[in-house]
Design a binder for this molecule. Structure first.
Ligand code: PFF
Length: 464
């Protein structure tokens, strides 16, 4: 099939729904199903979630629409997009380094956790969960993640699969992958939610999720909620800006932004509804188990549900881990694309070569991150292991910084008329939220990020 071209021969998503699904595919991932319950569980549940939803509405979603506008206006690649939207100022081209550099950083550690999910999916499919107990799951997880070889092999498999999809190109790889995997993901989520809600103490889990206790809120909770909202929507790194370069000119950016943010928030909350009622239904388990929640706590839960029927243990574990694998892949392809497209479009490499280059570098960095859980657990930079450092840099530093710069760019540098024309598709659609959007982009988002940063640096102690 010949791919459709737009602006200077660049690829575009063939359909409007393909564009939404690809962006939603990038957004919905381990961030929703693994990171969100982990963060919500360790930061007290409902209060964290409320703050997270606030950041989603007033920060992450506007930044996403900002990325959409910049990318789609440029239509070719991120560097050209910034130059074109600024009215030809070449100085803004350096913003394109955000996606290139952060693509490497984020994929390197994300692929490690994605590798764990793939190993767990494999274990589930081969019946490895049936008949095991708590002690087995804890020991298995510990010995798996700390092994120097096995998790690296699974990380390599994730990266190889991601490379294969991205190498196929925008329509045949990214768009098609999202169109197949996203609907399946929803079916799996609804099935698992139904199972979880039918459990004995489901109401306690829902209470944990939805009844806030603000005494648990401090500065780190606020920073984490902001990091989680940005991470979950894939904003601030230029990833969605990269995807938006492939959007058709008739896509309604604001509507798509709201749709993608809505889908993403829903999936995060639904993951909470799958996980916490299940955790509360088994005596002795706690929601604040941290990163091992979905790898130790949940397999344990599966054993106890439905009278421990081996068939149900098998079905639940296979469905759940396949769900995680698919969610991870639709996100990892967006991470690889944002770095690879630079080497392809700007450095003249063929798409497959650019993809392999990025994949190999990510595997090397990913190996460092994987070793953080075993042999290199004592190797620390700024007091953090490689894995924690990469996560910190991406979610709590580059994303807010990049998001703020993009808002300042669109709100203060770009001519207001250019911005309005882009948001209204040259006046052909109404955009009733435009004034509110402009206000957030110019004032609310930058100020909010600066305040959270200052608080993190200890300038004032708002929440202590
Ligand atoms: N939003 C993805 C998730 O929730 O898993 C993670 C992600 C994708 C972060 C792409 C950053 C990115 F550029």
């Amino acid at each position: 099939m010949v791919e459709k071209k737009q602006n200077g021969g660049k690829n575009v998503f063939a359909t409007k729904v393909g564009a939404i699904l690809a962006a939603a595919g990038s957004a919905v991932g381990l961030g929703n199903i693994w990171r969100f319950p982990t963060e919500a569980g360790t930061h007290g549940g409902a209060a964290f979630i409320l703050i997270y939803v606030g950041f989603m509405l007033f920060l992450a979603m506007p930044i996403m629409v900002t990325e959409f506008a910049i990318g789609r206006h440029g239509g070719s690649d991120v560097a050209d997009a910034f130059e074109k939207m600024s009215g030809g100022r070449k100085g803004w081209r350096w913003m394109a380094m955000f996606p290139v550099v952060s693509g490497f950083l984020v994929l390197s550690y994300y692929a490690v956790v994605a590798g764990w999910t793939m190993y767990y999916a494999f274990e589930a499919i081969t019946g490895g969960f049936v008949g095991k107990g708590t002690a087995d799951f804890t020991a298995d997880f510990g010995s798996f993640v700390s092994s120097p070889v096995q998790p690296v092999g699974w990380t390599a498999l994730v990266i190889a699969l991601t490379c294969a999809i991205v190498a196929l190109g925008v329509q045949r790889g990214i768009e098609k992958g999202a169109k197949i995997m996203m609907p399946l993901l929803f079916v799996f989520i609804v099935f698992l939610m139904g199972c979880s809600l039918s459990l004995p103490n489901a109401d306690l889990g829902l209470q944990f999720l939805f009844c806030p206790d603000f005494s648990k809120v401090d500065g780190s909770v606020v920073l984490s909620a902001m990091g989680q909202a940005l991470f979950s929507l894939s904003v601030g790194l230029g990833c969605l800006c990269t995807y938006a370069c492939y959007f058709r000119k008739d896509v309604d950016l604001m509507k798509d932004g709201v749709t993608v943010a809505g889908i993403d928030t829903m999936v995060a909350l639904f993951s909470g509804v799958i996980i916490f009622p299940a955790v509360y239904s088994v005596p002795g388990l706690s929601p604040d188990a941290g990163p091992s929640l979905v790898f130790v706590t949940l397999p344990n839960v599966f054993q106890e549900l439905f009278g421990g029927s081996p068939v149900m243990v098998y079905v639940l574990s296979v469905v759940f881990y396949l769900l995680l694998v698919m969610a991870a892949l639709t996100s990892s392809i967006s991470m690889l694309e944002m770095s690879a497209v630079y080497f392809h479009a700007k450095r003249g490499m063929s798409r497959p070569l650019a993809v392999v280059l990025v994949g190999v570098v990510c595997l090397v960095l990913g190996t460092f991150c994987s070793l953080s859980f075993g042999e290199w657990s004592d190797v620390k930079l700024f007091g953090m292991t490689f894995f924690d450092l990469f996560d910190y840099l991406v979610a709590k530093f580059i994303m807010p910084l990049g998001g703020m710069l993009m808002c300042v760019f669109l709100g203060w540098v770009v001519d207001e008329k250019v911005m309005r024309m882009e948001m209204t598709n040259h006046g052909s659609i109404k955009s009733p939220m435009y004034p509110a959007f402009r206000l957030i982009v110019r004032y609310v988002a930058p100020v909010c990020i600066i305040l959270v940063f200052l608080n993190e640096l200890g300038f004032f102690s708002f929440f202590e």
